[in-house]
Design a protein around this ligand. Structure first.
Ligand SMILES: [Zn+2]
Length: 452
């Protein structure tokens, strides 16, 4: 009996992100949400006879994009915080917006964000929420079927956090513990402790987060924070700790293979070596770094130092799109601008946007490439637009020649969440309804936030 998570994708070009067989021509067989077989000989596999067939001829089949730094709760702030440097962007626009969010706003922001992510080929995300109403965000994400590691933002530092969002250190830790107990490992959700950044967090809070994560097994929750995004932020950290971000965080226990640092635009060679030795991951957010004028992260040097790099769109107020294909193209082009045209070739960029993210989330054994036994988080690219023709090199097509709107089908664990460029009923997401709710909620939210 065929399952709704068993399929045969017939006749495509498979870009696997598996170095042993990077490109295959043939079929992909999904059985019970897992990749069961792939390549030219799949049609003779007896299991392929009993599952529904989707014709993917002329299309490129790839692992879903993994975005390892997103703020779903900020989606309703798209276009509300343009043309400002980071610290003013935060204090004048984003934090007042976050402080004004109620549960319904957060659910809507998450739904719009997940809709955009799925439609543009992202199947897994690492998210930083806001301080409050985190259950509402988790519930909204859980029903859509996307894979996600989520964590409430933690902020308790009196000098830098406005009263409207400031938490008591121990209360923040207790709330995060309760959220972790409720959501880590539930369906496709995991929990990641998310102290916002060193500037907004006390030593007590950061130490508390580090201790909790050390207590868990390797499959336990991770840590997700921002670091070394802009120079004035680094100056604040140096003034308080006498150290650069990476060393200051490490001194408090925020380092290691279950820690993801977003940005790391301005890190020294020494910090790179420390991150490589500790196994700390970096999420590069090229559009966000450009729009906030932060600079260009030294991705070539980070990779040469053996630091694992992932990719992320950050939030709607600083990008203002969550299209992973836009980040993928920029990732490669920016490094070519710095180091010449041979830097960061397409295959390496694609690996960062898929397997790099999976490694950062501790899920590389399950997702991030098309390999037998991995979860079937699969994206089919090729809506037949002229901009996708001709296909000389499928990897080049994905990295330099594709955008989110070229995504045709999206599967997460074998469940079809996007079909022919439309969200399926399985996601519970209806774009018309999201549009109506946005029009209804925004005027009230903006008034409450004092932003209009
Ligand atoms: Zn961010």
């Amino acid at each position: 009996m065929a399952q709704a998570n068993s399929w045969l994708l017939r006749g495509g070009t498979l870009v696997t992100v598996d170095r042993s067989q990077p490109v295959l021509i043939g079929d992909l067989l999904i059985v019970d949400g897992v990749i069961a077989a792939l390549g030219p000989a799949v049609s003779s596999d007896p299991r392929s006879a009993s599952v529904p067939v989707i014709d993917v001829s002329g299309c490129v089949v790839m692992p879903g994009l993994v975005q390892a730094h997103i703020h779903l709760c900020q989606t309703l702030g798209r276009g509300l915080a343009d043309d400002l440097p980071l610290l003013r962007w935060l204090s004048e626009r984003v934090l007042p917006y976050e402080a004004a969010l109620d549960e319904r706003n957060i659910q809507l922001a998450a739904q719009i964000g997940v809709a955009e992510l799925l439609l543009s080929g992202t199947t897994t995300l690492l998210d930083m929420g806001t301080v409050r109403h985190h259950d509402a965000l988790c519930e909204a994400v859980a029903v859509t079927g996307i894979r996600a590691t989520l964590g409430k933002a933690m902020m308790d530092y009196p000098d830098t956090v406005p009263l409207s969002l400031r938490e008591d250190s121990q209360a923040s830790l207790r709330e995060a513990d309760a959220l972790c107990a409720r959501w880590h490992g539930r369906g496709r959700l995991r929990y990641g402790y998310a102290p916002r950044f060193l500037v907004s967090c006390s030593d007590e809070l950061l130490r508390g987060v580090a201790e909790r994560c050390q207590q868990h097994s390797t499959d336990g929750p991770g840590i997700h924070t921002h670091a070394s995004e802009q120079l004035d932020e680094i100056e604040l950290v140096q003034k308080r700790t006498g150290k650069d971000n990476v060393e200051a965080l490490k001194a408090l226990g925020i380092a290691g293979p279950r820690t993801v640092l977003a940005h790391c635009v301005h890190v020294s060679d020494h910090e790179m070596r420390v991150m490589a030795q500790d196994g700390t991951h970096v999420t590069h957010c090229p559009s966000s770094n450009l729009k906030l004028g932060s600079g260009i992260a030294k991705i070539v040097q980070l990779l040469a130092a053996q630091v694992n790099v992932a990719l992320g769109a950050d939030g709607a107020p600083c990008n203002n799109r969550l299209d992973g294909f836009a980040e993928l193209r920029l990732l490669s082009l920016l490094q070519k601008g710095l180091h010449g045209p041979e830097a960061l070739p397409a295959a390496q960029a694609l690996e960062i946007a898929t397997l790099g993210g999976a490694k950062a989330l501790g899920q590389a054994a399950q997702i991030g490439s098309l390999q037998v036994g991995k979860r079937a988080d699969v994206v089919v690219v090729g809506q037949g637009s002229p901009g996708q023709l001709p296909v000389h090199d499928p990897v080049s097509l994905l990295v330099y020649g594709s955008q989110g709107s070229d995504v045709r089908h999206v599967f997460v664990e074998g469940e079809l969440l996007v079909e022919h460029g439309q969200l399926t009923a399985r996601t519970g997401l209806d774009v018309e309804r999201l549009r109506a709710h946005s029009a209804e909620q925004m005027p009230v939210l903006l008034r409450r936030a004092g932003l209009r």
